[in-house]
Structure formats: C-alpha cells, structure tokens
Design a protein around this ligand. Sequence first.
Ligand SMILES: [Zn+2]
Length: 208
Amino acid sequence: METALNSMSHDFDPCDEGAKLTVPDEVQDAIRTLIRWSGDNPEREGLTDTPARVARAWREYCAGYDEDPGHHLERTFSEVAGYDEVVLLRDIPFQSHCEHHLAPITGTASIAYLPRNRVVGISKLARVLHGFARRLQIQERLTSEVAQCIWTNLQPHGVAVVIEAHHGCMTGRGVRTPGVGMITSRLLGCFLDNPCSRKEVLALMGRG
Ligand SMILES: [Zn+2]
C-alpha cells in the first residue's frame, strides 16, 4: 500500500500538465534571469524545473493568441420561435494578465445581446471572452474587444459587456490595495442609444 501511494505521489504532479511541450533553452534562461533578478537562486533544488513549468504555463495563459474568437460565433440558430428579448450570460469567471506587469487579472464578465433573428449557443459567449482574456490585456480593451466581436459577427440590435475584475498589480504591488474591483462597460447599438434598453440590460446584470 505504501509503495502504491509513493509511486502515485510521484506520478501525479499537477504542475506537470502539458509536459510534452518542449521549451527552448533561451526561454528557460530568460526565466532563470528573472528569478535571479528577483533575489533567488535559480539553481537551487526547488527551482530546477520552474523555468520550463513557467514557460508552459504562459503558453496556457496566452492561448488566446492561437485563436480567432469570432470563429465561435459562426454557427448561429435562426429558429428562435419569435424570441426577441435580451440574451444574457451573467457573471462568467475569467482570468487574464495585464500587459503592464504580466500580473493576473481575475474577475467576472456579464455579456448580453439583443438578437436580430439569430442566436448563438450560450457557451459561445464565454468562449469569446476567454479567447480575448487569454492574452496580455488591459481591462478596458478586453471589454471593448468582446463587445465588438459580438457586434461584428452577430449584427444584433445591441451588445452590452460589463466586466468587474481585480488586478494583481494593484493588490500585490504598488498601492497594495486588495479587494478593490475595477468595473468597465461597453454598450453598443440599442443599449447605447436607448435609455430604456440600457436600464433593462443593466438591471438584468444586477447593475441597475
Ligand atoms: Zn498591471
């Protein structure tokens, strides 16, 4: 039993996911340099495999560069039985990284649109969000890229995106102010032009 447990604990290392990706020496060297610059010794035992792990993790954090988020909106459904009200996906959790410090941005997004004859599978809105979030970002651009992508691809009557997020670069450094959320919004079409529509969608998002 003890042997089985031992071998299991050796085989199962959650940090080793994606270990198949080869990391070039120059990338590992760059991370070693950063560790040294931070004040630690990259050659000590606990940090031996860290450069390769960090490199692979960053490919995952930034997997959005490998996709065009608009592709998720290509398949639409027109049989909506006359449904012509707001479609809302509320409080979708996401993670991104700020382009100024490479620090994590964690938050939630609410995405709504008012369809014009066509709808998409609801999970696709989350996929669009993640496609843009898995890049180096600022929250303002993330918000407007998600909105614009839905606007362009679905050509709905309106789009509303509201994002609330915490920034690692604010909580862990600089002003060191944990718990402060930043809210950004992007409204297009009827949600921008029509005060009643805007009021309705923001209320549905819990922000009225
Ligand atoms: Zn930052």
